[in-house]
Design a protein around this ligand. Structure first.
Ligand code: PLP
Length: 461
């Protein structure tokens, strides 16, 4: 019988995270203080993050030990299985072998707890009592809610209003794990009130929700802020995924020619692909593809520039591919992919041609999600459908070329709480949102006066 799932025993759970900053061919440019234009130091970040996470943010140590209490909690869902998608291969009639890493088996249903559990732990040992965060589709908010609960911390979540309305069950999951979740923009913060005064019907954005969460953290007692993507320490924690995958691919006796992940802020993609990027730096031939929505084309069309991580300009200036901190993407259902910026690590690896970005339209992603559900059974999160769409494109390309390629993609989460999006698809209410270039130009005008990184690149608008 064909081997469908490749499991790792718990004893094979990686004991260290992999830090790509030790191996990047071009070192990253530092984040800047928006007031002074100087690189931010650890003390500048101390009001929002605990020092142990700030140390990880700037560390260039290649391997970082995972603390025992974090390993213990990882065992709730890790190691996650690697699947061979035989039915999808047969349906596509492709000579390619398709593998997917199932990160949807975590209790909240995605890769997000890989870093949430680490961040909750480091905050706990640093004496934090409450963590504040934002969430798009709700996967991150529910992951942090669970992990705060497991380490006895309070959790406050600002959820982008459009997703708050589209995905009510996510809020209930957060409540089940004891967190407090409000729709953003909210009236609870200066930042939220300012946005509501300008636009009472604002659908919200991740940039706005981040502003609210940072404000709540700096003004709250014993509170810290936590980000579910973008930052270096988040990418680091997520590498447990790719490290497991490498062991599992070795058990299967294969090595990928193509590695694919969807990218919002970049964390699930980074988690799965960075150990393979390391191999590529050392000479392996491998295509590593990050997939984003055409309606929020940060990597494929945004410049590489310094920009704020949030709308109200509270964060340091970050060197990244960006569409401008005021960019509000169309209301697509992949809420987790509606962020204006991309992780500096992923952005730098794009500049160094180690990663290739691709943009796909919403309808193609849902069609791919349905094909996957009808062949492999699993119903995917709308974000994950982006990775599936490109895995299918690559498998069909392999068929055309008559090549027996090995394709690996990261299945970042299930869509069981996203059925509203599928309902909209079935009822013919979903559409593609080709982006008016004028919208991007307007948003990019806001970053024009900001300092430029040495490797500044103009966007493709
Ligand atoms: C299932 C799923 N996949 C992917 C993403 C995108 O985030 P990131 O790029 O940080 O992995 C999200 C974000 O909410 C998500 O929920």
């Amino acid at each position: 019988m064909e081997v469908k799932k490749i499991f790792l025993p718990e004893s094979e759970l990686p004991r260290q995270w992999y830090n790509i900053m030790a191996d990047m061919p071009t070192p990253m440019e530092p984040p800047l203080h928006p007031g002074t234009g100087q690189p931010v130091g650890p003390d500048d970040l101390a009001p929002i993050f605990p020092m142990n996470l700030i140390e990880q943010e700037v560390s260039t140590q290649r391997w970082i030990d995972i603390p025992e209490p974090v390993l213990e909690k990882y065992l709730l869902w890790r190691p996650t299985p690697l699947y061979r998608a035989y039915s999808l291969e047969r349906y596509l009639n492709t000579p390619a072998k398709i593998y997917f890493k199932n990160e949807g088996v975590s209790p909240p249903g995605s890769h997000k707890p890989n870093t949430a559990i680490a961040q909750a732990y480091y905050n706990k040992v640093a004496g934090t009592k409450r963590i504040c965060t934002e969430t798009g589709a709700g996967q991150w908010g529910s992951a942090l809610a669970m992990c705060c609960c497991l380490f006895g911390l309070e959790c406050k979540v600002f959820m982008v209003k459009i997703s708050f309305n589209q995905k009510p069950y996510r809020k209930l999951m957060m409540q089940t794990w004891g967190a407090n979740c409000v729709a953003s923009p909210s009236t609870e913060t200066e930042a939220g009130r300012k946005i509501l005064a300008q636009d009472p019907d604002s659908p919200g954005s991740l940039g706005i929700a981040i502003s609210e969460a940072v404000e709540a953290a700096v003004t709250g007692e014993n509170s810290k802020y936590s980000l579910g993507s973008v930052l270096n320490h988040v990418m680091l924690h997520q590498t447990i995924n790719g490290l497991e995958t490498q062991k599992q691919m070795a058990i299967a006796g294969d090595y990928p020619d193509v590695v694919i992940g969807c990218a919002g802020g970049g964390s699930n993609f980074a988690g799965n692909c960075l150990p393979f990027v390391r191999d590529k730096i050392h000479g392996k031939e491998i295509d590593i593809i990050g997939v984003e929505p055409s309606s929020c084309p940060t990597m494929t069309q945004g410049p590489f520039a310094y920009d704020f991580g949030d709308t109200v300009q509270m964060t340091p200036l970050i060197p990244m591919h960006t569409l401008g901190h005021n960019f509000i993407p169309a209301p697509i259902h992949a809420g987790g992919l509606r962020y204006h910026g991309m992780a500096p690590i992923i952005s730098q690896l794009i500049l160094d041609n180690l990663i290739t970005p691709v943009a796909v339209h919403q309808m193609e992603t849902f069609e791919a999600g349905l094909t996957f559900a009808k062949t492999e059974g699993f119903i995917s999160a709308p974000e994950t459908n982006h990775a599936i769409a490109v895995a299918i494109r690559e498998a069909l390309k392999a068929k055309e070329e008559g090549k027996e390629k090995v394709i690996l993609f990261n299945w970042s989460g299930h869509g069981l709480v996203d059925m509203g999006a599928y309902q909209a698809y079935f009822e013919g209410r979903l559409a593609d949102y080709p982006l008016p270039a004028e919208d991007i130009r307007r948003a990019l005008a806001d970053i024009e006066p900001l300092p430029k990184p040495k490797q500044y690149r103009v966007g493709k608008i």
